[in-house]
Design a protein around this ligand. Sequence first.
Ligand SMILES: Cc1cc2nc3c(=O)[nH]c(=O)nc-3n(C[C@H](O)[C@H](O)[C@H](O)COP(=O)(O)O)c2cc1C
Length: 322
Amino acid sequence: MSNDYKIISNNFKLPKTILAPMAGITDVVLRSIVRSYSENTLLTTEMISAEALCNKPNVKISEVVENEAPIFCQLVGHKIEKMTKAAKILEPKCQGIDINMGCPVKKVTSGGDGCSLMLNPNLAYDIVQAMKETVKLPISVKFRLGFTKEQENFIEFGQLMEKAGANFITVHGRYRSQMYSGTSNWDKIGELVKNVSIPVFANGDILSYEDSQKCLMTTNAYGVSIGRGILYDVSLLSRIENNDKNVMSFQNKIKVLKDYIKKECNYRSEKVAIKFMRKFYPFFINNLKNASKYRLALMSEETLNGVNKILDEILSNYLLEV
Ligand SMILES: Cc1cc2nc3c(=O)[nH]c(=O)nc-3n(C[C@H](O)[C@H](O)[C@H](O)COP(=O)(O)O)c2cc1C
């Protein structure tokens, strides 16, 4: 990846890779693991409800610890007063604030938040402008191609976000109506890049180093934002920055997973963490010969010791086969 970093608002050197915000996934533990591989990548918190934060300024989800910088906190909401108040609460602990205008989930959009702001560009504009006036930090916006294909408006929307003062934007190349089906349309992201002057981060379906290169070639974007791909290889963002094509070995993946589970046990208690970790196993043990058998065993295990034993067995069987 090239080294032509842009300096944006508040003298912030804008990284070229972003850990995309993922609710229930990019918690403080996963972020610390990603950071251990990459000093430079821009971390993002899970989405934090502006309303919830205003009611409870120390809500656990907004926790940011030492050594996380550079990190952006992501806010979701649509009430200007709540969004600006929440931004003020977050200001001391992060380097910037990302506004969620892409979440497709009905619970979020039905209340006027997330991707439904793409249906209300004037309000989206006012939110960004008000947040720029309230905090000194850079403000970014994450959105999709539109609410539906028929309502596609990502170019006008991106231009409007730029006019409102957004320092950069991230675009997930799907419509809200697609949720996570189909593929992220990188050609469309490329169209946006041609039509705005602020940096654009391309998002969606970048699962490998090779994907990142293809995506950057197609879009000419400033950088990439990666969500699910990080779960297949926690070093992916660092590898992209350093032009390193070598995927993480399976031995290392298992080592990372064991460390991850242990850290989640310390963070959430063993009982909660063991259940919490179940959603991650398919990513870590994909491509294995007996993946579904192992997944089932891991899913029904209730203790840290039990999970570790299964992971040891998976690794020794793997080593026997290679
Ligand atoms: C489980 C999950 C939770 C997500 N939570 C958020 C969120 O809190 N805020 C947000 O802007 N996007 C959220 N996303 C969307 C991702 O940031 C990203 O746009 C999407 O997964 C596509 O990128 P990827 O293919 O690299 O994963 C979430 C995605 C997943 C799969």
